[in-house]
Design a protein around this ligand. Structure first.
Ligand code: HEC
Length: 99
């Protein structure tokens, strides 16, 4: 019984850490794309919450490599995603899909 309680507690802590880091990862994004990915930034970038996970991963990886420039601000987006590794990008994409 004691072991079971510790296991349950570890599970709860894991969930809390997971959601905190989602928010940390998304923290800078919300200034342009909105709290829940709902903003049409500059009236030119469609709300990112409409995108599915595979599209988000492809877009974010491509911005990171400097391969996309849809409205002339690709470099600005590249700077936003520069410090995110593959695991961060996957986690962020999951999180945005949950909005
Ligand atoms: C300073 C404003 C700004 C911030 C902060 C920002 N973005 Fe962007 N984002 C843009 C702009 C501008 C574009 C369009 C760039 C282009 O292609 O010309 C864009 C494009 C995108 C796209 C592609 C949208 C589409 O419809 O194709 C995704 C996905 C995206 N951003 C996700 C993110 C994520 C995730 C973060 C946080 C790590 C982030 N953005 C931070 C301004 C921002």
């Amino acid at each position: 019984m004691k072991n079971f309680s510790l296991f349950a507690l570890a599970g709860l802590l894991h969930v809390n850490l997971w959601s905190a880091s989602n928010e940390v990862l998304y923290n800078s994004c919300r200034f342009c794309h909105g709290e829940k990915g709902e903003v049409n930034y500059l009236g030119k970038v469609e709300p990112i919450k409409r995108l599915d996970k595979p599209s988000l991963i492809i877009l974010l990886q491509s911005y990171k490599k400097g391969e996309i420039d849809q409205i002339g601000l690709g470099k600005l987006m590249q700077a936003q995603i520069a410090n995110f590794n593959d695991a961060d990008i996957e986690q962020l994409s999951n999180y945005i899909t949950s909005f």
